[in-house]
Each structure stands twice: as C-alpha cells, then as structure tokens.
Design a protein around this ligand. Structure first.
Ligand SMILES: Cc1cc2nc3c(=O)[nH]c(=O)nc-3n(C[C@H](O)[C@H](O)[C@H](O)COP(=O)(O)O)c2cc1C
Length: 198
C-alpha cells in the first residue's frame, strides 16, 4: 500500500494566491504527491493577484479536485496522506475548519486529517484580527491544526516580493516536515544562510 509522501494542498480565497502557488511548486520539487483543491474564491484571487491561469496552477499538481466534490477520496480517512496545508487560508475556511462545518471538500479534508491525527497547517491571511478570529484560531489549534500566519521573515532582508514568498513557502514545508532549501536560515549574530533556490 502506497501511503507516504502524499499531501493535500488547498488554495483558498484569502489574499496571497502566489504563496499557494509557490508552495505547490516547492512540494513538486520535493517529490511530494500533491492533491490540490482550489476554492471558488481562490479561482478569482489567482486571476486578480497573479499572472497564472487556474489551468497552469492545476498542472503543477498530481491530482486536482473541485471544492464541491465532497465524495472525493480526500473526504475519507481511509485515503492516507501525511496531512494538509491550506495556503493561503481565508477566515471563512478557518471558521469552517474550527467548527467542523464541512460543507466543501476543503473543510472536510482538513477535518478528516485532524480526526485521523494528521498534520494540518492553516496559513491564515488577515489583518487586523478581531477576537472572533483569534477564537477561531484557538479553536482550530485545540483540534490539532497548526496556525501559521502569512508573516514575512523580516530579518532575512529580502528585497523582492518573490523572495519573501519563496522564503515563506519554504518555512511552511519545513513546519510540515519536508526538507527544502527555499528559506533563509538564521545563523546567529546577524548572519543569514540565504539558501534560496532562486
Ligand atoms: C482579492 C481578494 C482578496 C481577499 N483577501 C482576503 C484575505 O486576505 N483574507 C480573507 O479571509 N478573505 C479574503 N478575501 C475574501 C474571501 O475570498 C471570501 O471570504 C471567500 O468567501 C473565501 O472563501 P474560501 O475560503 O472558500 O476560499 C478576499 C477576496 C478577494 C476577492
């Protein structure tokens, strides 16, 4: 039975579609088997924020699903994966995951991963945050999700948005447990090992 190195990636309609795309590209470079769900709203943000077409993004993944496909294999714990990343994660999807409100494949797949004790990383992108948002993050974290806000590595001194995005995507993979060289490493005393795959 093939079960390893399989990861679910959802791109939702928070700002930062480019971060989701870069994460997908890094997963591909790392040799992961990727299962991609792009939310209906993310289809818009991809168009508005990036020069990518949905088809080109989907072509980076091994398998693609529509958010309405609630009978897809990702909806069952019997389909074994290492876990799921939601990059970027909207407040709406955060709320769905926190409340097990599984009305689309993204929320359902995340809920399945949590109930099976698998990794779930929510790259929440919103600012500023009210207490309701903070409560939702706390609630999702209590169920086992990792809250990974889309916050740049300021100390790395990146000059371009592209470098900031690559660094952040590398850190997301690192948190998931996937070795990569896309992020800058703090070496102490102001020194940075800029190990980026530019
Ligand atoms: C250009 C654009 C940027 C958006 N940015 C954010 C954001 O940063 N955070 C957020 O929570 N929602 C943001 N939204 C709103 C979400 O897209 C909206 O709440 C949507 O219903 C989320 O659905 P989804 O989670 O299924 O993708 C944005 C919408 C657009 C069109």
């Amino acid at each position: 039975m093939k079960t390893s190195r399989r990861v679910i990636l959802a791109i939702t309609g928070a700002s930062g579609a480019a971060l989701g795309i870069r994460t997908l590209a890094l997963l591909r470079e790392a040799g992961m088997e990727t299962h991609l769900v792009i939310s209906t709203a993310a289809k818009q943000t991809i168009e508005v924020e990036t020069g990518w077409s949905e088809a080109d993004v989907s072509a980076l993944a091994n398998y693609c699903y529509e958010p309405e496909e609630i009978s897809a294999k990702l909806a069952s714990g019997s389909f074994v994966t290492e876990g799921m990343m939601v990059v970027p994660c909207s407040i709406k999807t955060l709320s769905a995951v926190a409340n097990s409100y599984n009305n689309d494949l993204i929320a359902r797949a995340a809920d399945v991963c949590l109930k099976e004790g698998r990794k779930v990383i929510l790259v929440v992108r919103e600012t500023p945050l009210h207490r309701g948002h903070l409560r939702l993050m706390d609630q999702a974290a209590a169920s086992g999700a990792v809250i990974f806000p889309a916050i740049p590595t300021f100390y790395a001194g990146h000059q371009s948005m592209e470098d900031i995005i690559t660094d952040l995507a590398g850190r997301i993979l690192l948190r998931f447990g996937i070795a990569n060289s896309a992020y800058s490493q703090w070496m102490g005393d102001g020194n940075i090992d800029e190990n980026q795959s530019k």
